[in-house]
Design a protein around this ligand. Structure first.
Ligand code: GLN
Length: 567
């Protein structure tokens, strides 16, 4: 489709069968699109692959890359999703609650994303229905094609324009063949038709099975997966064969023949050690050059040697750590470690920088409170403990016991969100002598609500929409550990909570030696606490883990690990 016709056509869209949605001034060909789909099975590492490609194109080649994840769920966002089933709910600076893959993009690409980088089926349908009710479709019958697919393309073009992107990197959630993402893939086919094949690059991430009974790789499932993508009218430009072990040439050849994709673009990406080594591996395989050449993006000779050098160093340090620590993490959802992925990554970032291997031991706190496990046994061998975010009553008393143990035995303690509130309750009970100190979340009738619902939010009832969400400024007090670690008077951090430190108890807590080293710049909302006499006892009402980046570890995590090493 010609440059000129895009705007013309969208202006008189009621006269023909096209439904083109593009922001004003949108120029075809200015932004290129890389579309990543997955086939055969879910969980092949499509998200990891996508963020690695994003890293290569942005950090190393210097392109402006805007990633976007499409989720087939009918949920409008991830706010109501149970982390036990779906993994962590990640929070963006603008307060968007989204899929954990967005966290991966932010960390790897070293940038902050927004609501424009996340699209769910629920969000697109709600948009369309609202628009229809407002008469936005000018009397047309609203159809999957062209309207739903048209709005999806419009969403991508809007992102392209708003972020002035060289490349929009589209990750299509789910697997080819799912009903849920079929119209999204159709939208991508149309995108390629409208933008031109030279501007859209399709990558299919597939999986090569290796049945143990046969002891060799089998490509049939991958062939069928690619075939079903092609039956939707999408010809992939590149195929990434994920596998546990390296596959041989014959397997790649077979896939090449069946998919019309030249052998040089059928790339085997087997399990390679750590996260840092994957982008390096993909570059060695020439994946970036194939994409850049095909999309006619000329800048690729200019590699950012500084970023690449840093990255290589981190890969090396991760492979050859000089220290080792064991950190305990208490958690309700301990059998689904994806629920805590940002914490694990934040530990990895700080660990890589300092050449420290971080072992994680998961602690089920219900077993401590019911006496099944002795606290002394549980804490044995731990160099530090993290109490992460959480909701509800379960395991709370066990967590308070862990905080007490850490405080009394000089074990480094890092509390995140709920972990901040746990520290408050523990300190109030065992240091200030308020024996029944509690949170109104766990005990609504408590006489000593040290943790209570936010005054400004008290009027709002019910689930959803009443959470204090997103990036907020935190004023850091001079002369404190937090200030030493951040080296700044003001930081911006991400929140997702309803309850907070009850302002009525601030004085008592401070008088007994607790220091609030981070506060809201205007209101008496406490955001960081610490105990100066302790080697490292620090907690944040915000989720410090959400702003840790691969190339820029979150300072509190680095401080925590340093204290763990000293121990
Ligand atoms: N449940 C607590 C609150 O709502 C903590 C939330 C969290 O840890 N994310 O305030």
């Amino acid at each position: 489709m010609k440059k000129e016709t895009m705007e013309e056509l969208s202006a008189r869209t009621d006269e023909h069968e096209f439904y083109l949605s593009a922001p004003k001034g949108y120029r075809v060909g200015k932004t290129k699109y890389v579309v990543i789909t997955g086939s055969v099975i879910s969980g092949v590492g499509k998200g990891t692959f996508s963020s690695c490609i994003g890293t290569i194109l942005s950090l190393f080649h210097g392109f402006r890359v805007s990633p976007i994840k499409f989720d087939g769920y009918l949920n409008c966002d991830a706010g109501t999703l149970n982390p036990f089933r779906h993994g962590e709910v990640f929070v963006l600076d603008d307060g968007t609650e989204c899929d954990l893959d967005l966290g991966s993009y932010e960390r790897m690409l070293n940038k902050n994303l927004s609501k424009d980088n996340y699209l769910t089926s629920g969000k697109i349908f709600k948009m369309i229905i609202d628009k229809e009710r407002a008469g936005g479709y000018l009397g047309r019958d609203v159809q999957f094609i062209p309207h739903v697919t048209g709005e999806i393309k419009g969403f991508l073009r809007n992102l392209a324009s708003k972020t002035d992107a060289d490349i929009v990197l589209v990750e299509v959630g789910g697997t080819v063949g799912d009903l849920e993402n079929s119209y999204f893939i159709e939208a991508m086919r149309e995108l390629s038709y409208e933008e031109g094949r030279e501007n859209v690059f399709f990558i299919n991430v597939t999986y090569i099975l290796e049945p143990r009974s046969l002891g060799e790789h089998k490509s049939k499932a991958a062939q069928l997966g690619v075939k079903s993508l092609m039956s939707l009218g999408v010809q992939p430009n590149m195929i990434i064969c994920r596998s546990e072990n390296p596959v041989n040439e014959k397997v790649r050849e077979k896939i090449s023949i069946f998919s019309n994709v030249p052998l040089s673009r059928v790339v085997n990406c087997y399990d390679v050690g750590n996260m840092y080594s994957i982008p390096l591996f993909l570059m060695e395989s020439g994946v970036d050059k194939e994409i850049i050449n095909s999309l006619n993006l000329k800048k690729w000779e200019k590699i950012d040697e500084i970023n690449l050098g840093k990255w290589k160093q981190l890969a090396k340090k991760t492979e050859n750590p000089v220290n080792e620590v064991t950190v305990g993490i208490t958690g309700k959802y301990t059998n689904v470690h994806d629920s805590y992925i940002s914490i694990i990554k934040a530990l990895e970032h700080s660990g890589s920088y300092s050449g420290t291997k971080v072992n994680i031991r998961w602690i089920e706190t219900t077993e401590i409170e019911n006496g099944e496990n002795d606290i002394n046994e549980v804490m044995k061998g731990l160099d530090g403990i993290i109490i992460p975010g959480g909701f509800g009553k379960r395991g709370i008393e066990g967590k308070i016991m862990c905080a007490k143990y850490a405080r009394e035995n000089n074990i480094p303690y890092l509390g995140l969100c709920l972990g901040f509130q746990i520290a408050l309750m523990e300190f109030a009970r065992n240091v200030c002598g308020i024996k029944d100190a509690d949170s109104t979340e766990m005990n609504p009738d408590t006489k000593s609500p040290v943790v209570d619902i936010l005054p400004e939010q008290k009027k709002i009832e019910g689930l959803g929409g009443n959470m204090r969400l997103g990036g907020k400024d935190v004023e850091v007090k001079k002369g404190t550990l937090a200030h030493k670690l951040y080296g700044k008077d003001m930081v911006r951090k991400r929140f997702r909570h309803r309850f907070e430190c009850n302002p009525e108890y601030i004085q008592t807590l401070e008088r007994n030696g607790l220091v609030f080293s981070g506060k809201h710049p205007k209101y008496p909302i406490m955001q960081i606490l610490e105990i100066p006499k302790h080697p490292f006892f620090l907690a944040t009402q915000y989720h410090a883990e959400f702003t840790s980046k691969t190339l820029h570890p979150e300072p509190l995590f680095s401080g925590f690990l340093k204290a763990c090493m000293k121990k």
